[in-house]
Design a protein around this ligand. Structure first.
Ligand code: SF4
Length: 241
């Protein structure tokens, strides 16, 4: 058993947050969900991917990015040498927003502003514990919440932002795979390649930042050993450039 003054590991701390989120009644989406879809992956990853909200398959399985868009994301991560279990993947909204239709499955919809606002405490708690070097925002709603400003992903993708409240992480916005899948033929291939290029850029930046000294903390207390160890352990996952 840990001594009471021993710091909690990031795994234990994120599990505590996950358990708390499972019972969240913070917005109207709780009434329609099968389950809360919390982040998954490696909580010590220096690279975190943040999407918008769960769809039907995510709602059924309790896992983010497992539908067709998730498969495309996994495929593009694989092309840059990253397995999805190596990184942390989550959403800004944890319950599926959808409209009831004549189909039993309903129709996915974008989360409404009050739902995004109600849920943001969970993504803030995740990022505070994970302390990533790089945050990849998948799609505009995620980028807008993380950066705190309007973003056009088609125009602003591929660029790293440092002026936001999750500093010192660098933030990159990428196309949402669901958007890519709405295209066909050469256009689809071109957009898929943009996503691969942006993920490669995120991987290279993560690898570079892992080699740099950690920023000096503004004030005591001293850094926690558990949390400081995480990025160094991840260096081999992101390779050298
Ligand atoms: S979407 Fe977020 S705030 Fe709303 S009930 Fe689910 S976990 Fe809670």
């Amino acid at each position: 058993m840990l001594a009471s003054d021993e710091p909690m590991s990031v795994e234990a701390a994120i599990e505590d947050v996950r358990r708390a989120a499972m019972g969240c009644l913070g917005c109207k989406l709780h009434a329609l969900r099968t389950q809360v879809v919390f982040g998954v992956g490696n909580p010590r990853s220096p690279l975190v991917l943040v999407g918008q909200s769960p769809g039907e398959q995510e709602d059924q399985t309790g896992l983010p990015f497992v539908g067709p868009a998730g498969q495309l994301l996994g495929e593009c991560l694989g092309k840059v040498g990253i397995r999805r279990e190596q990184v942390w993947i989550t959403n800004i909204v944890k319950c599926r927003p959808f409209e009831r239709t004549s189909s039993a499955r309903g129709k996915n919809r974008d989360p409404e502003p009050d739902e995004v606002e109600a849920c943001q405490a969970w993504i803030e708690a995740e990022l505070a514990l994970l302390r990533p070097k790089v945050i990849v925002c998948i799609g505009a709603p995620s980028a807008q919440l993380i950066l705190g400003r309007r973003v056009s992903v088609t125009k602003d993708r591929g660029r790293f932002y440092t002026d936001h409240r999750f500093r010192p992480a660098q933030v990159l916005a990428v196309l949402h795979p669901a958007y890519i899948l709405r295209h066909h033929g050469e256009e689809l291939e071109a957009l898929r390649q943009q996503l691969v290029d942006d993920l490669e850029s995120a991987r290279r930046t993560t690898a570079r930042l892992l080699k740099e000294p950690a920023p000096t903390p503004p004030a005591p207390p001293a850094p926690e050993p558990e949390a400081e160890a995480a990025p160094r352990e991840q260096m081999s996952l992101f390779g050298d450039d």
